[in-house]
Design a protein around this ligand. Structure first.
Ligand code: TXA
Ligand code: MG
Length: 348
């Protein structure tokens, strides 16, 4: 059983030291970040990194993000950082932002799933930063969930799922942002978003940079197709319950369509994940409030917890309301489309 430390009220220095030592010794520590919790291990140790893949049941072709606590740590990890990459780092680090860079050859191959690049992020969460600083080594950490499940953002879900799979779990309360970092790669002087996050296309464009969205952010990957970010290929975020996304720019049409599906399937138990404001207008027996329509940051914070509630309701079908694809909305829609395994109904 994992050792659980509660850092919600304050961070206990001696316990941070204990976990940092555990990292140095090759153990695994679940720690909070501002995006989602991560399962951390020493990025410089092949054996320690293997434990992460085992704990998650993660496919070995899906590379991990390496977390640092200061810019100097980059020297040991990557080469050839260009001016655009430097500009991105100074604008968005520490924060929910990952940059894919050319890796140094001695980084273990399993961290990067054999690629010659590595994703690097400097988180802003205090517990995460102190753990990395104290460990003195970069920490490889994917999201804290069994592979394919929604990422862990609250300690109850994480403890239930990982308590027999990792050495330590640090409770820092619910994650502020609730969806994983924006992942980008700079090629030919353009910034390509491989995974959308809180730092949006619009935020990056404000730096005067040209930004592209990878084709697979909203579209399915064909079997055997080569993708720039291996994570896109894998089933992710889906509840076991059959799930469908309903989207319209017009709220009334979206609600009408959802109620029509509920009416046409009155032999089935249906749950809906939707905006708080729509609860009264939707006729499902079970309704999971994902946050206010006017506050997509709040929706992003609740989205994985909402998806995790679905399977506990024992329904035949789950319908989810879509959100506008601007700003953080693009990141929410990317996760929802994948949770529904591309089963999406667009309504005029
Ligand atoms: O917010 C986050 O990024 C969280 C917290 C813990 O920091 N971490 C996280 O890690 O979401 P993970 O492993 O769940 O997602 C990493 C994503 C995957 O989609 C992976 O394919 C992509 O980043 N990735 C990692 N290294 C890459 C590389 N060298 N090239 C392309 N994509 C890469
Ligand atoms: Mg993940």
């Amino acid at each position: 059983m994992s050792k659980l430390f509660d850092f919600k009220e304050n961070i206990d220095d001696s316990k941070i030291k204990e976990c940092a030592l555990a990292i140095k010794k090759g153990k695994t520590v679940v720690f909070p970040t501002e995006t989602v919790y991560g399962i951390g291990a020493n990025a410089l140790s092949k054996d320690a990194v293997d434990k992460i893949f085992k704990a998650k049941g993660r496919p070995i072709d899906n590379p991990l993000i390496v977390h640092i606590s200061n810019i100097d740590m980059l020297d040991g990890l990557v080469e050839d950082i260009n001016n655009i990459e430097k500009k991105l780092m100074s604008a968005f680090w520490p924060g929910p932002f990952t940059i894919i860079l050319k890796k140094k050859s001695y980084l273990p191959d399993n961290v990067t799933a054999g690629l010659d690049t590595v994703g690097i992020r400097m988180p802003s969460d205090k517990i995460a930063l102190e753990l990395i600083r104290e460990a003195g080594v970069p920490i490889a950490a994917p999201s804290a969930n069994i592979s394919g499940k929604p990422s862990g953002t609250n300690i109850q879900d994480i403890f239930e799922e990982l308590k027999d799979r990792v050495d330590y779990i640090l409770d820092g309360g619910n994650c502020d942002i609730g969806i994983e970092s924006t992942v980008v790669k700079v090629t030919s002087n353009k910034v390509k978003i491989l995974r959308p996050g809180k730092i949006s296309k619009e935020d990056i464009e404000k730096l005067g940079l040209e930004v592209l969205l990878d084709d697979h952010i909203f579209n399915d990957v064909n079997k055997d197709e080569l993708v720039e970010s291996p994570g896109m290929k894998h089933r992710h975020y889906s509840p076991n319950t059959k799930t469908m996304l309903i989207y319209s720019i017009n709220d009334k049409s979206m609600i009408l369509k959802i109620n029509e599906i509920i009416d046409n399937n009155n032999d089935k138990k249906i749950c809906v994940i939707g905006f708080n404001e729509h609860k009264a207008s939707i006729n499902s027996k079970e309704y999971i409030e994902m946050g206010s329509k006017n506050n997509l940051e709040n929706v992003s914070k609740n989205i994985f917890t909402s998806l995790r509630k679905v399977d506990k309701l024992n329904c035949d079908l789950c319908l989810i309301e879509g959100v506008v694809k601007n700003g953080v909305g693009a990141a929410i829609m990317n996760r929802l489309i994948r949770a529904c395994e591309h089963s999406v109904i667009y309504v005029d």
